[in-house]
Design a protein around this ligand. Sequence first.
Ligand SMILES: [Zn+2]
Length: 155
Amino acid sequence: MKNPSFHIVPLPTQIADAARRVVKAGAADHAVITVDSHGSSPCRHCLRWAQPGERVILFPYTAIPSGQPYSETGPIFVHTDECKRYSATDEYPADFRNGRVFRAYDSNYKIVDAKVVNGSEPEVVIETLFQNPDTAFVDVRSVTHGCFTFRVQRA
Ligand SMILES: [Zn+2]
């Protein structure tokens, strides 16, 4: 379902590539994991679940920059091997329609609202959050683990 009112912002390729370089250099805060179950490891670059047997890098990512009260750094996965950055940026990623929480931030990185998808469509939840003029972007996170999945910006 195409949606003209927002666009999806996957993890930048330069950050995924940096993680791939850093893990090869043996950094203590970057780990390679072989995925053993479906639905456990979302790649933030191609925005799909890593499949059992695929390898992913687990590393800390700063979704909200340091130096403010809502600063946030937390663990994310990207595929260890090169993958194609999610490009259907006017469509909500099919793999993450459930189990997400939506946090709306203003342009100063302050949280202004948050909603869980409870039986409604994620597109509807995002549109509701963008109805608040203070909402600059929406971060989509795991409702259970809290980890950053991707960002949504106004179109
Ligand atoms: Zn990937």
